[in-house]
Design a protein around this ligand. Structure first.
Ligand code: NDP
Length: 304
């Protein structure tokens, strides 16, 4: 695993090579360095991609430091995505639509923020399942940062139907309402139903799952090894596609296979959001195969 830099050690980085990185707290287990370094290397672009651990109360100072160093761009992970949107100079369309920032481009000290999580997820669904978002009835569990980005992207791509479920119901209700208003679904796509927020109730979920094509886990249930499946196998069915945003093996994946559903996990979302970041920074087409190989290798080493 490559070294983790902090605000104190960032100035020690060798400035002769263009720098990129991932900021977060914690960040030590991020798989982005393996994937992005492979992309730069395979395109013969001189670059060094590092982990940068920045605590929440250091974020403003940290961004100032990166702005002044030869950091050409960086990714951002938990917990800085929303705050970062207020610290950059401009927001690209993706960040304006989705809210948070997970990718920053630094051009001579001027910072532009983008969000590649939403499109990264949609590209993962296309790649893994061969499905178009506009053809899908989708149920999303979780209305935190990832759930919001995915639900907004799904609505942006005009999915057939959207059901939102969250432990704290108010958040799902607010998200459903804001999507309905933001995309003016009623006038732009007449006939498309209003996004629906439903209670996290096992009987209700079973009923809803009968009428969806894709279910997405965007909660953190499954991150810990002994977490249960976010949905029991009994309420899944062979007609479903199950996508877990968590990128290590989870009990949900096992339950989906047991139920005969098609399933995939968050490694593909990580890959596609990273590929889009790489393209923003370099203007080059991302070498997807090389990035995927490096990502799988890093993930396997971490899971051992
Ligand atoms: P947030 O902290 O913003 O949101 C966490 C979500 O999980 C909330 O909806 C929360 O519900 C829910 N939750 C947490 N604990 C429980 C529980 N015990 N029971 C029910 N619901 C629970 O995190 P993110 O949205 O950033 O991340 C969510 C997941 O998405 C994570 O697992 C993360 O690994 C994954 N992710 C994957 C990415 C990828 O590229 N593959 C990218 C980004 C995220 P409540 O609102 O009630 O607290």
């Amino acid at each position: 695993m490559s070294e983790v830099y902090t605000l104190q050690s960032i100035p020690d980085l060798d400035r002769s090579t263009p720098l990129y990185g991932v900021i977060g707290y914690p960040v030590a287990h991020s798989l982005s360095p393996a994937m992005q370094q492979a992309a730069f290397d395979s395109c013969d672009l001189p670059a060094r991609y590092v982990r940068l651990e920045i605590e929440p109360d250091e974020l403003r100072e940290g961004i100032q430091q990166l702005r002044q160093m030869p950091f050409a761009g960086w990714n951002c992970t938990i917990p800085h995505k929303l705050e970062l949107a207020h610290l950059v100079d401009n927001l690209g369309e993706s960040a304006q639509i989705l809210g948070g920032v997970n990718t920053v481009l630094n051009r001579q000290g001027a910072l532009t923020g983008f969000n590649t999580d939403g499109l990264g997820w949609a590209n993962a669904i296309r790649d893994d399942f061969g499905l178009e978002i506009r053809d899908l009835r989708i149920l999303i569990l979780g209305a935190g940062g990832a759930g919001q980005a995915i639900a907004t992207q799904a609505a942006f791509e005009n999915c057939k139907n959207l059901v939102l479920v969250n432990r704290t119901p108010r958040k799902a209700e607010e998200l459903a309402e804001s999507i309905w208003t933001q995309f003016q679904v009623e006038s732009r796509h007449p006939g498309r139903p209003r996004p629906e927020a439903v209670e996290w109730d096992p009987d209700l979920l079973e009923e809803k799952l009968r009428h969806v094509d894709l279910v997405v886990n965007a909660t953190s249930i499954g991150l810990k090894q002994d977490d249960p499946s976010v949905l029991p196998a009994e309420i899944l069915h062979p007609g479903l596609h199950v996508y877990d945003t968590i990128y290590k093996p989870t009990r949900l994946m096992k339950a989906a296979r047991t139920a005969g559903a098609r399933c995939s996990n968050g490694l593909s979302m990580l890959l596609h959001q990273g590929a889009l970041s790489f393209e923003i920074w370099t203007g080059n087409k991302a070498p997807l195969q090389e990035m995927k190989t490096a990502l799988l290798h890093a993930a396997n080493s971490q899971n051992q």
